[in-house]
Design a protein around this ligand. Structure first.
Ligand code: ZN
Length: 282
C-alpha cells in the first residue's frame, strides 16, 4: 500500500507537470470506482477546472483546483497514478484504469486500481462535507515539527495496544503504513508487539526520530516498490527504497544489524504482517 513517501514522490513528480493545466475531459473505465460525489457530479465539478497546486496530507493527495475545489485521491491498496502524453495513451481506457483526466497541453492522468480500495473525492468550494474523505480526522505527520517525542509519548501512554498498531493508527500520526512502521521499529530496536504503555521515554524518543528518518529516506529513494506491489512513479519507474529495507519482507533471513545473528521473524498484528529481529529488538 502506498504510504507517505510514495504519495510524496508522486506529488513531487506531478507538481511541475500538472500545475497550470486545465482538465478538458473526465472519463470512467469499466468497473466501479468509488467517487464522492457520484460520477456525473464528480465529472461536472472537475470539467474545465485548472490545477492550482498539489498538496498532500498523510497518504492523501490533494489537487487544488480553481473555484476553491479540490480533488482528493487515496490510492488504497494498489492504486496507481500514471501520467502520459495523449499520443502515447490508448484511445479506450485500459484494464483496471478506473478514471482518466485529459489535460490541456496533451497530457493524460490515469487512475489505475486493480484491487479497488482507492477512492476519489471532489470537495466543492464551501466544502459540503469537510470530513467526508477522512482528512479532518488525521493526526499530525511525523515530518511536522509538532511530532515530537513528547507528542508520541502522550499518545502511547496507557495504551495496551501493540505499538505497531498504534503507529498504523492514522489518528495518532498520519502517513506511515506497514513498511515504514516496521523499519522504524527496527531502527529503534523496539519489538512491534510491545504495548504503547510499556515504552519508556528514551524508547519513545528513539521511535519518533526513527520514524521521521525512515520516512525521509523513503522520499529520498522515491518510495518502495515491492514485487507484488502496485506503486510506481507516474512515469512508470519503480521506487528504489525496496533495496534499502532492513527488516520488512525479510522473514527467515539474517538480521542486517552488524554483529547480530538473529533471523527475522514475522507475526500477525491487527491483520497485517510485522517483521522484526527477536535478538536486537526488545
Ligand atoms: Zn538483529
Amino acid at each position: 500500500m502506498p504510504e507517505l513517501p510514495e504519495v510524496e514522490t508522486i506529488r513531487r513528480y506531478l507538481v511541475p507537470r500538472l500545475v497550470g493545466r486545465r482538465i478538458t475531459a473526465v472519463r470512467f473505465g469499466t468497473g466501479h470506482v468509488k467517487t464522492e460525489p457520484g460520477p456525473s457530479a464528480f465529472r461536472r465539478l472537475l470539467y474545465g477546472a485548472r490545477v492550482r497546486g498539489i498538496g498532500r496530507c498523510g497518504k492523501y493527495l490533494a489537487v487544488r483546483l480553481d473555484k476553491g475545489r479540490e480533488l482528493i485521491v487515496h490510492l488504497g491498496m494498489s492504486g496507481r497514478i500514471l501520467l502520459a502524453r495523449q499520443e502515447d495513451a490508448e484511445k479506450s481506457l485500459a484494464r483496471h484504469e478506473r478514471a482518466r483526466l485529459d489535460l490541456s497541453g496533451g497530457l493524460v492522468l490515469s487512475f489505475f486500481d486493480p484491487r479497488r480500495f482507492g477512492r476519489l473525492w471532489v470537495k466543492d468550494g464551501v466544502a459540503r462535507q469537510p470530513e467526508a474523505c477522512g482528512i479532518g480526522r488525521l493526526g499530525i505527520e511525523p515530518l511536522e515539527s509538532d511530532y515530537t517525542a513528547e507528542y508520541l509519548g502522550n499518545r502511547l501512554k496507557g495504551r495496551n495496544t501493540p505499538v505497531k498498531n498504534l503507529l498504523l493508527d492514522q489518528r495518532i500520526a498520519c502517513g506511515a503504513g506497514n513498511i515504514y512502521s516496521d523499519e522504524a521499529l527496527f531502527a529503534a530496536r523496539i519489538r512491534p508487539t510491545r504495548t504503547g504503555a510499556s515504552l519508556n521515554r528514551a524508547e519513545t524518543a528513539s521511535l519518533a526520530s526513527a520514524l521521521r528518518r525512515v520516512l525521509k529516506d523513503g522520499i529520498r529513494w522515491c518510495g518502495t516498490t515491492m514485487k507484488d506491489g502496485g506503486y510506481v512513479l507516474p512515469d512508470g519507474r519503480t521506487g528504489s527504497f525496496q533495496d534499502r529495507l532492513r527488516v520488512y519482507g525479510r522473514a527467515g533471513r539474517r538480521c542486517l544489524r552488524p554483529r547480530c545473528r538473529g533471523l527475522i521473524e514475522r507475526v500477525r498484528l491487527g491483520g497485517r504482517s510485522s517483521h522484526y529481529c527477536p535478538l536486537c529488538q526488545n
